[in-house]
Design a binder for this molecule. Structure first.
Ligand code: KG4
Ligand code: ZN
Length: 337
């Protein structure tokens, strides 16, 4: 007999519901994006995100159940990404999950969203990927983990300031490109020379597994507008392409370098990468080339599992197998730990 679960994700600006089974088959993964609502502000506005989750969540749950061809009564458990994230946004998913679990009389399962980004690699691979080094690169996180198993992740290091995706978004704003910035910067970079500007690679000559992107962001700002920020208009044409390509190359270089250091330090033969920035083709190619040289296996999920989505909450299956249910008074937690 198949055991079905509903997973919910509302940690940032995607409202998502997924139906998955105890053998990790993803039967549906419906995502309602809020990009249009936040675009004119150049970033996610927490209060707008929370209100949009409220409007979207029930229709998204209905669509996920319909696509999977099941009803609420078929569910054996409700999983929810309850941390980390925007607390008001998380609360919408957590409240809905608690209400559904209570009403249906089924267990509630709480999942860490960042751990879920790594688990997306496990879902896509359809085989065990642990132990591995894990890298999560998104709008909110740039973190390296030693992953002993799906639920045992030790932080090896993270960013001191901006996350990699945040840097893409802020540089896109400096360059006069739209939001979300990552895809726009990648498009602009396609016609550019990645060596045109020598942007900084923080901690490159250091064996600390840490990142910093704020100095890089400032370097792009100065390259665009001069040290006294006098030049008004955003760059255009070849100059825009060169700035975007050189910035992207700096981010890709440090992410690749730190992953190589983490593989060597831990001696692990596998690298699993998740989060929205993983959509970047230059990053994928660079990580693949590095892993080939290091004789390590690289796991990167398809796009639909890289950006925020509720199928990642299938990490709850591991908790289900261990009987680790969440308490009825589960809370949304903004911070990682
Ligand atoms: O994982 P995600 O969907 O949401 C968070 O949890 O943050 O990641 C969104 C981030 C944004 O900062 C976006 O600019 C970045 O991922 N991103 C990209 C690309 N596509 C999305 N960054 C670089 N290149 C891309 N193609
Ligand atoms: Zn995320």
């Amino acid at each position: 007999m198949t055991t079905y679960f509903l997973g919910l994700e509302t940690s940032c600006d995607e409202t998502s519901a997924a139906v998955f089974t105890d053998d990790r088959r993803i039967l549906s993964n419906v995502v309602a994006s809020q990009n249009d609502l936040h675009a004119r502000f150049g970033g996610v506005v927490p209060e707008i995100a929370s209100r949009a989750h409220l409007r979207h969540l029930l229709p998204v749950i209905d669509a996920a159940l319909a696509q999977a061809g099941i009803g609420l009564a078929d569910l054996a458990g409700i999983a929810v990404n309850h941390k980390p994230g925007l607390v008001g946004a998380l609360l919408v998913g957590v409240s809905a999950a608690k209400a559904l679990a209570l009403a249906l009389g089924v267990p509630l399962l709480a999942v860490n969203h960042v751990h879920g980004h790594i688990y997306a690699c496990r879902l896509a691979a359809e085989r065990d990927i642990f132990p591995c080094v894990g890298l999560v690169v998104s709008g909110g996180h740039t973190s390296l983990f030693r992953c002993a198993d799906a639920l045992s992740l030790d932080l090896l290091g993270g960013t001191r300031d901006d996350a990699a995706g945040e840097a893409f978004d802020k540089v896109a704003a400096i360059l006069g490109l739209g939001f979300p910035g990552g895809p726009a910067v990648e498009r602009a970079a396609a016609a550019g020379d990645p060596k045109a500007f020598a942007f900084p690679r923080a901690f490159a000559h250091d064996d600390r597994l840490e990142f910093s992107f704020s100095g890089l962001k400032t370097a792009v700002l100065y390259a665009c507008h001069g040290q006294n920020l006098s030049a008004g208009e955003p760059p255009t044409g070849q100059r825009l392409a060169d700035l975007a390509a050189s910035f992207q190359a700096a981010v890709v270089d440090v992410l690749t370098l730190k992953c190589r250091q983490a593989l060597r330090k831990t001696g692990l033969p596998r690298l699993a990468v998740g989060g929205g920035v993983t959509a970047n083709r230059a990053l994928r190619a660079s990580l693949q080339a590095m892993c080939d040289k290091e004789r390590a296996e690289l796991f990167i999920p398809p796009m639909s599992l890289c950006t925020d989505n509720a199928a990642m909450a299938a990490l709850a299956v591991e908790k289900w197998n261990r009987g680790e249910y969440a308490p009825d008074d589960l809370d949304a937690e903004p911070n990682f730990e």
